[in-house]
Write a protein that binds this ligand. Structure first.
Ligand SMILES: Nc1ncnc2c1ncn2[C@@H]1O[C@H](COP(=O)(O)OS(=O)(=O)O)[C@@H](OP(=O)(O)O)[C@H]1O
Length: 259
């Protein structure tokens, strides 16, 4: 998603900072003490925190009319970020937890809170995190949209138009060709875990890469471990679900209040 946005002439996301998720967690821990007679009010602390974030985002790449940042799970801090950046907009990327967890295990992506040697606990953790992020996103109408990975890769042009409309940006066909702009408009850091895939045009290869990778026992317990999977419209009854419904023209008409 961030490479697609980077391909827009007015946008610069750049690679993951790998720092902001830990920084956001750290600053939250200090907030309990702001009324400790030190004179550091919430506003003062917000100014200091946002100054740090702005410097990192602005200076870790080229300046552009629109700056963006992509780091995993920053949506957990949506209320704090919204308060500090009232004009900010958020894209909550949603993907089948089975694919997310398979990706973390297979690529050995270290994400805080996930124990890659216990797949059941990973589904439970995903469920907790997505619940919080959906709740925050739903409480931010006009400022947060949900984008389903399974729809983005099957209907890229429609989804990208939806995203640019939400971001109040002109649609750019360059966004469909991010792979042709790597090294120019799109800066790609080979340290990023998915760099080898991002180099390709938008494709559906990763849709089914998790098939046959989980134990039968885990797959049968999914509705207990991660009830948000079916709330979000994923078929938990099949070992090899059909994702074509995410490409339906009326996909958004059938979303429930949460999804
Ligand atoms: N061009 C293109 N088309 C379709 N899908 C693509 C593309 N580039 C990356 N990907 C898939 O995105 C998954 C990684 O996303 P992220 O970069 O956000 O992940 S990560 O934070 O680095 O883990 C990762 O999923 P998995 O393969 O399941 O790990 C990638 O395959």
């Amino acid at each position: 998603m961030r490479a697609i946005l980077d391909a827009h002439p007015d946008v610069r996301c750049g690679g993951e900072t790998m720092l902001l998720p830990s920084f956001l967690e750290w600053q939250a821990g200090w907030r309990n003490d702001w009324v400790n007679n030190s004179g550091i009010t919430r506003d003062v602390f917000d100014d200091a925190v946002s100054a740090f974030i702005t410097e990192i985002i602005a200076k870790h790449g080229e300046l552009a009319p629109r700056l963006c940042n992509k780091d995993p799970y920053t949506a957990l801090w949506l209320p704090t970020i919204r308060r500090m950046y009232p004009n900010s907009k958020f894209i909550l990327m949603i993907r089948d937890a089975r694919a997310v967890i398979h990706s973390m295990i297979d690529r050995k992506v270290p994400v805080a809170g996930y124990n890659t040697s216990d797949e059941n606990s990973m589904f439970i953790h995903w469920n907790q995190e997505i619940r919080k992020m959906l709740f925050q996103c739903n409480k931010s109408p006009g400022q947060c949209i949900k984008v389903y990975y399974e729809r983005l890769i099957q209907k890229p042009s429609e989804e990208i138009q939806r995203i640019t409309y939400f971001l109040d940006l002109p649609y750019s066909t360059q966004m469909l060709k991010h792979h042709e702009l790597i090294g120019a408009e799109v800066d790609l850091n080979d340290q990023e875990f998915s760099a080898s895939q991002v180099k390709h045009s938008i494709n559906t290869d990763a849709l089914t890469s998790w098939f046959d990778c989980f134990s039968e026992e885990t797959l049968q317990k999914l509705d207990d471990l991660a009830p948000f999977l079916s709330i979000l419209g994923y078929d938990t009854s099949a070992a090899k679900p059909d994702y074509s419904m995410f490409a339906d023209d009326n996909f958004y008409q059938f979303r429930n209040a949460y999804s």
